[in-house]
Design a protein around this ligand. Structure first.
Ligand SMILES: [Zn+2]
Length: 412
C-alpha cells in the first residue's frame, strides 16, 4: 500500500472517534444568538488537539468585535498549527442556530446515533465538519508520515450571525499564515462551493402624519403611501433585479438569479382609529458576484427616493446588514488540487457551484487566501428540526482533508 492508502485506511479506522467527537460537540449548546457555552466548546477542542500533540491557543476576541447586544457573552477562537510551516488552513464554525421546535428523533442537544447518521443541532452545520477536520489531522499525525503539508486549524464562533467576531477577527488578527484554506461547511461531497452570493438588508420607513380616524383628511397616511411604493417596487424594481443571472451554477438552479424579497418585517400603526404616521418594511436583496454591493445600495435607494418624490411622501432608507458576494480566483490552485484529491481519495468529482447563502470563506478570500468551502452533508439538513449528518460523508470528507496534506499537490 502507498503511504496515502495507509492514511485513508487510518481515517476509516477513526470513524468511531469522529462520531464521539461530534456527539460531544453537539451536547454543548453553542447557540447564537446570543452566543452561549462558547468557552466550554473551545476548551473541549483545545484539550482534544493538545492531546494530539498540536500547539493550540484559545484566543479571546476583543469586545469591540462582538455585536453590541451580545457583549456579555465573550467570543473565543481555537487556533492550532502543526510543527511544520502551515500551507493549508482548515476552518469550521462551532456556533449553531437555535433549535426551534418540531424535533422528533431526539432532543436537539442530546445527540443520537442511528442508521448511519448522527442527529442533533449542529450535526451537519457544522460540528460534523469540525469532527472531520479533527479526524483528518489525527490520522495524519498518527500515521507517521513525516513530510506532510503543514497545516493550521481554526474553530470560530458567530458564523450564523455574520462571523465578524469569528473568522472575520481571526483573519484580521494576522494569525492565518497559509496560502490555502478549506472551510468545512456542509456543501456535501458532490459539490464544492467556489464562492457565495452577497446580500443587503434594507429597511424602508414611510413617514406620514397622525390624525384621528374620524378625520383622516387631516393626516398623511403612511400605510397608504407604503402600499403605493411597494407596488412600484414589485412592478419595476424587482423585474430589473431578477433579470440578472450569475454565470456560476447553483443548486437549485433558481438560485442563479439576483433576488429581492419584501416584507420580512413589516411595522406600522398603533390603533384602528389612528391614521398611521409611520410604516416600515424590510427588503432582503441577494447579490450575485457580477454585481457590486455599492451599486446595489445606490440603485435601490435612488429608486425608492424617486418614487417617494412622485408620491409626495417622506421616506427613509436604512441599511441593516450587508455582505459582499465572493468568488475564488479563476486560477485557484486549491480547486485543481481538491478535485484531483477527491477523485483519488473517494472517487468523487465535485461540481463547482456558487453557494446561495453567505459563508465565512469571504474573510479568507478578501485576505488573498485561495479558499474553498467543502464539507460533509447533506446540505439540506441544516437549520432544521432533526438535523443530521451522514457518518459516511464525514469520514470521506476527513479522507479528502488528510489526502490534501499528503499528496503534495499544494506544494508544486
Ligand atoms: Zn454553517
Amino acid at each position: 500500500m502507498s503511504r496515502c492508502e495507509v492514511l485513508l485506511e487510518k481515517v476509516c479506522s477513526l470513524r468511531d472517534f469522529m462520531v464521539r467527537v461530534l456527539c460531544d460537540l453537539v451536547a454543548i449548546p453553542t447557540v447564537v444568538p446570543p452566543g452561549e457555552h462558547y468557552l466550554d466548546c473551545c476548551t473541549y477542542l483545545r484539550d482534544l488537539l493538545r492531546d494530539m500533540g498540536l500547539s493550540v491557543e484559545v484566543i479571546e476576541v476583543p469586545r469591540e468585535y462582538v455585536p453590541e447586544e451580545y457583549r456579555d457573552y465573550p467570543r473565543y477562537i481555537v487556533y492550532a498549527r502543526s510543527s511544520r510551516d502551515p500551507i493549508i488552513h482548515f476552518n469550521g464554525h462551532y456556533d449553531v442556530v437555535p433549535p426551534g421546535g418540531g424535533w422528533v428523533v431526539t432532543d436537539p442537544f442530546k445527540p443520537k446515533v442511528m442508521n448511519g447518521k448522527v442527529y442533533g443541532r449542529g450535526a451537519v452545520d457544522m460540528k460534523g465538519g469540525i469532527a472531520a477536520i479533527v479526524g483528518a489531522v489525527k490520522a495524519l499525525l498518527e500515521s507517521g508520515i513525516e513530510d506532510y503539508t503543514g497545516f493550521e486549524l481554526s474553530f470560530t464562533p458567530d458564523e450564523e450571525i455574520g462571523g465578524r467576531a469569528g473568522a472575520g477577527y481571526l483573519v484580521k488578527s494576522g494569525r492565518v499564515r497559509s496560502r490555502f484554506c478549506i472551510v468545512a461547511e456542509p456543501s456535501g461531497l458532490n459539490q464544492v462551493w467556489i464562492g457565495h452570493k452577497g446580500l443587503v438588508w434594507f429597511e424602508v420607513t414611510v413617514i406620514g402624519k397622525s390624525a384621528h380616524g374620524s378625520t383622516p383628511w387631516l393626516g398623511v397616511n403612511a400605510f397608504e403611501c407604503m402600499v403605493e411604493l411597494v407596488h412600484r417596487l414589485l412592478r419595476e424594481y424587482r423585474p430589473l433585479v431578477e433579470s440578472r443571472v450569475t454565470r456560476f451554477e447553483t443548486i437549485p438552479p433558481e438560485g442563479r438569479r439576483a433576488t429581492a424579497m419584501f416584507g420580512g418585517v413589516v411595522r406600522g400603526g398603533v390603533k384602528v382609529n389612528v391614521v398611521p404616521d409611520t410604516c416600515s418594511f424590510t427588503v432582503d436583496r441577494r447579490v450575485i458576484p457580477e454585481e457590486s454591493i455599492d451599486d446595489v445600495k445606490h440603485e435601490f435607494t435612488e429608486f425608492v427616493l424617486k418614487v417617494a418624490k412622485e408620491l409626495k411622501c417622506d421616506v427613509k432608507v436604512k441599511i441593516l446588514e450587508e455582505m459582499k458576494p465572493c468568488i475564488v480566483s479563476e486560477s485557484s490552485r486549491l480547486l485543481t488540487a481538491l478535485k484531483n484529491v477527491a477523485k483519488y481519495a473517494i472517487g468523487v468529482e465535485p461540481k463547482e457551484t456558487l453557494c446561495i447563502g453567505g459563508l465565512d470563506m469571504r474573510y479568507f478570500i478578501e485576505a488573498g487566501i485561495d479558499t474553498l468551502t467543502y464539507g460533509p452533508g447533506p446540505t439540506e439538513a441544516a437549520h432544521r428540526p432533526d438535523e443530521y449528518i451522514v457518518i459516511e460523508s464525514m469520514v470521506k470528507a476527513a479522507q479528502v482533508y488528510a489526502a490534501l496534506c499528503t499528496r503534495g499537490e499544494l506544494l508544486q
